[in-house]
Design a protein around this ligand. Structure first.
Ligand SMILES: Cc1ncc(COP(=O)(O)O)c(C=O)c1O
Length: 370
């Protein structure tokens, strides 16, 4: 059996340190917005070389609070990708704004920056790129575009902690960078968690206040906020993993290289653009024979997942936006052909070899090649 990710294996490697951290929190009596959250925020800010990092309850709330803090609201439009996890879109709609989709690049699956300008209107308040599967979106072009139109960028970095473009980490290009620490993320806690980074002190202060009932403390309420705090236990656990994130990402990259060497004659393998650093939160292949491969893997007890089978503009919940099949052909084709394979730092070469052999076998009697 090969799972998509083996969190128990990773836990065993860091068990002693994690348990020590957890015990410290439990014995401290401080469980909400205490020293572990403050330290973690400082460490993440240092890692990204930014002025502020604010821990929140989830990646979804990181997006919600960032959009609220830049004052996206009723009547505004936010340009984004239809090829993402639903939370990206929910956060836009929660502000009362409208998501405006732009099709994706067929190789990286990220928003196609060549198609954005045609969608910018007087209502466009922000662009929300998603660094999907861990490959950075085309941020250099996006930043120039957003600057020239006077619109903000909020980056969805939920799948890309540590990814960078020529050394500049994702999350530091836009006004805000939003992270998720959902357990399966490349930096994941043992529960829900999220974080926003920003160099704008005023926006950081707004997010700090909003996450805590609109209060800077002392039962003074300056805004309508909500309860969206990263808790001490998660921060303590995440500190242990943050120390290792670069080596975890390096291992993912090594596994990706192995897969690509073995599979590139059989399927379309993920690309890494020149100067970009992909952290392979997912290793996603593309082939018209996806379902045949999936079946073959399943028979051998090897997991694989289709991220994402339905692009956002075709989701039932978003029908009210008025999009139709055919509106974003590249995203729609990708949904029919993508398959994510097991990838996590602790994956062994034997396991990878079995995945590759099984794919070879599944395709053995076909002539289709990429
Ligand atoms: C691209 C993307 N955005 C947002 C989220 C939401 O994060 P969370 O599950 O922590 O709310 C996720 C992951 O779940 C995601 O993959």
């Amino acid at each position: 059996m090969i799972p998509m990710i083996d969190l128990k294996k990773q836990y065993r490697d860091i068990e002693e340190e994690v348990l020590r951290e957890i015990k410290e929190v439990l014995e401290s009596g401080q469980y909400i917005l205490g020293p572990k959250v403050r330290s973690f925020e400082k460490e993440v800010a240092r890692y990204h070389n930014v002025r502020n990092a604010i821990g929140v309850a989830s990646g979804t709330d990181a997006l919600n609070l960032a959009l609220k803090a830049i004052e996206v609201g009723e009547g505004d439009e936010v340009i984004t990708t239809p090829f993402t996890f639903f939370a990206t879109i929910e956060a836009i709609i929660y502000q009362g704004a409208r998501p405006v989709f732009v099709d994706i690049e067929p190789d990286t699956f990220n928003i196609d920056t060549d198609q954005i300008e045609a969608r910018i209107t007087s209502k466009t308040k922000a662009i929300l790129p998603v660094h999907i599967f861990g490959h950075p979106a085309n941020m250099e072009i996006l930043v120039d575009m957003a600057d020239s139109y006077g619109i903000s960028i909020v980056e969805d970095c939920a799948q890309a902690f540590g990814a960078h473009i020529r050394g500049r980490k994702v999350g530091t290009f836009g006004t805000c960078g939003c992270f998720s620490f959902y357990p399966s993320k490349n930096l994941g806690g043992y529960g829900d968690g999220g974080l926003v980074i920003t160099n704008d002190d005023e926006i950081a202060e707004r997010i700090r206040i909003i996450r805590n009932h609109g209060s800077p403390g002392g039962y003074i309420n300056k805004k309508i906020g909500l309860n969206s705090r990263l808790d001490e236990l998660q921060a303590a656990i995440l500190r242990v993993k943050l120390k290792r994130i670069d080596s975890y990402n390096e291992l993912r990259r090594r596994h990706a290289k192995y897969y690509t060497e073995r599979l590139s004659d059989l399927v379309a393998c993920p690309v890494e653009k020149e100067g970009y650093c992909h952290v392979y939160h997912q290793y996603t292949i593309r082939t018209a024979l996806r379902d045949m491969i999936r079946e073959g893997l399943k028979k051998r007890g090897i997991s694989s997942v289709v991220y994402y089978p339905i692009p956002m503009h075709l989701q039932d919940a978003l029908r009210f936006l008025g999009y139709r099949a055919g509106d974003f052909p590249v995203a729609e084709a990708a949904s029919k052909e993508v398959l994510s394979l097991p990838i996590y730092p602790e994956l062994t070469e034997d396991e990878q070899e079995l995945v590759c052999k099984t794919i070879e076998e599944a395709l053995h009697n076909t002539n289709v090649q990429y």
